[in-house]
Design a protein around this ligand. Structure first.
Ligand code: AHR
Length: 521
């Protein structure tokens, strides 16, 4: 946890119990922050706001792909409502086809006439049938419709470099070679643009149960046949560590660093920290809220530890750190296939997303991409679908509120946040970040993690001469408020009325359990 969040004086400004549930005294906590507008930091890549879509449960089938004959409105089989929503959130990159699925995926299964494609068993995810109706061309079409860059994960664990080389050539060759001709025969003349390629996924686990030394050698072997060149300029992403295993990052960047452009990192937020009983997505109590926030804030220390190792082995910071799987992971919804990882999404998830964005913004000289798991119907989803219906989750709205941070420039915001005790778990009441957007405005974002207390945040703007402030807030009365099918969204951003400018001071009255993003100009 960053020390900027801790050790601050807690000032109880007002006891405003009115409207609070019986036995809870809502308070307003005072906090201060200083903006250093004259000391711009690293660019915040738009890829920090990336997505991950795996062949898992209803992530692809029903979620993205409904087929060309579906009554659900679609363009070439891809759901129109989903594409519209993702476009509106400016999704910059989508990682596909896995996940664990990637290390069993054979790309040839997913090309050519759909009625001739083989059906396979999805061994990782509930043994469900994989029809291969959604393959390379369908994924590329989906990404192009959204306006996102594709990030393709290559099978290392159960495949060989030839398979990788041929898939890359099939996708990217502009020439007359047989693979490029086959792509054309399958309907795509121009090469696909593939800016990111992952060489393996979780190679320490579902991707092959390898040791770091073994995978480093495998990675080197695959990279020799990757042929990074004008046709294939993709960023080569090495399969990175599980959570706090910094030894993995150390061995990989030491033994194979010169052959990679990025290395990944996976970390999931489990309320209990226990994979056997993770905690429920809804109907949770305050203790679960507090533990969830504490678990998610570990992202700060996690990144710090991996960055320290990378700074030692790659002092010029050439290699990017891609947190290409992160998000909340709860017990599946009762009655659903345990292998489909279907969970509901509440205000808690929206606050978790924003708290992580604020952390990522502090490390963007090294963290160049992140991909939340997963876009639709799986884990901390942006979107849930049921037949022809769609729900945009609180997590979706958090992403939408943070769009101005895409390709912005970080601005240091020194914050002193009070520490609070949430039913036995101590956490900072909030975290925050700031940046100068492409439109010249300065954006300040706050994630208030207190389930009870508002925060009165007094920001000293320093050299920033501000004339106007406007913004949005995402909140609700209940911690587990969520958006339901067929109903008006209960958790969606509305205009934020709690901002006041006075000289070089900006005061933000941030409600409990909320996300606030303001633009100062
Ligand atoms: O996102 C679900 C799974 O979590 C992915 O397939 C795997 O990489 C990770 O363990």
């Amino acid at each position: 946890m960053g020390k900027r969040f801790l050790g601050a004086a807690v000032a109880l400004l007002a006891m405003a119990a009115a409207g609070a549930p019986v036995g809870v005294q809502a308070a307003e906590l005072a906090a201060t922050a200083t903006l250093k507008a004259d000391q711009p930091g690293a660019p915040i890549s738009r890829y920090i706001y990336g997505q991950f879509s795996e062949h898992l449960g209803a992530g692809i089938y029903d979620g993205v792909w409904v087929g060309t004959n579906s009554k659900i409105p679609n363009v070439r089989g891809v759901r129109t409502d989903v594409v519209t929503a993702l476009k509106e959130a400016h999704v910059p990159v989508i990682r596909w086809p896995g996940g664990c699925f990637a290390d069993e995926y054979r790309w040839r299964d997913g090309i050519g006439p759909r009625d001739k494609r083989p059906s396979r068993k999805n061994n990782w995810w509930g043994g469900s049938p994989e029809t291969n109706a959604f393959g390379t061309h369908e994924f590329m079409d989906f990404a192009e419709q959204v306006g996102a860059d594709p990030y393709v994960s290559i099978n290392v664990g159960s495949s060989d470099p030839t398979e990788m080389r041929e898939w890359i050539e099939y996708m990217t060759s502009p020439g007359d070679d047989t693979l490029a001709q086959e792509r054309r025969a399958n309907g795509r003349d121009k090469p696909f643009k593939v800016p990111f390629i992952g060489i393996g996924n979780e190679s320490w686990g579902c991707g092959g149960e390898m040791t770091p030394e073994y995978y480093a050698n495998e990675y080197r072997r695959f990279s020799a046949f990757f042929h990074k060149n004008d046709d294939n300029p993709a960023v080569r992403v090495a399969s990175g560590a599980n959570a706090f295993n910094t030894n993995w990052t150390d061995v990989l960047t030491k033994n194979a660093g010169k052959f990679m452009d990025a290395i990944s990192l996976h970390y999931y937020t489990l309320p209990t920290g226990n994979w056997d009983k993770k905690g429920a997505a809804t109907g949770f109590d305050k203790a679960a809220w507090g533990k969830t926030m504490a678990q998610t804030l570990r992202m700060d220390d996690l990144i710090k530890q991996h960055v320290a190792v990378m700074d030692k082995n790659d002092p010029s910071k050439r290699i990017g750190l891609y947190v290409d799987e992160w998000g909340t992971w709860y017990d599946v919804e009762p009655g659903t296939n345990p292998g489909h990882l279907y969970q509901l999404n509440t205000l808690r998830d929206g606050v978790v997303a924003a708290a992580n964005f604020n952390i990522f913004h502090h490390y963007t000289d090294r963290v160049k991409m992140t991909n939340i798991a997963q876009t639709i119907n799986v884990l901390q989803a942006m979107i849930l679908t049921k037949g022809d219906q769609i729900v945009l989750t609180p997590t979706y709205y958090a992403y939408k509120m943070y769009v101005p941070f895409q390709d912005s420039t970080a601005i240091p915001l020194d914050v002193t946040a009070p520490e609070i005790d949430v039913a036995g778990t101590k956490i900072p009441a909030f975290n925050a970040s700031a940046a100068k957007g492409k439109d010249g405005k300065t954006y300040i974002a706050v994630a208030n993690m207190s389930p009870d207390d508002g925060v009165k945040l007094s920001v000293t703007l320093g050299t920033l001469k501000a004339k106007a402030v406007s913004g949005q807030v995402l909140t609700a009365d209940k911690m587990d408020a969520m958006n339901a099918f067929g109903a008006k969204p209960a958790v969606a951003p509305v205009a934020f009325k709690g901002a006041k400018l006075s000289g070089d001071k900006l005061t933000l009255d941030v409600p409990s359990k909320s996300v606030v993003v303001v633009a100062v100009e």
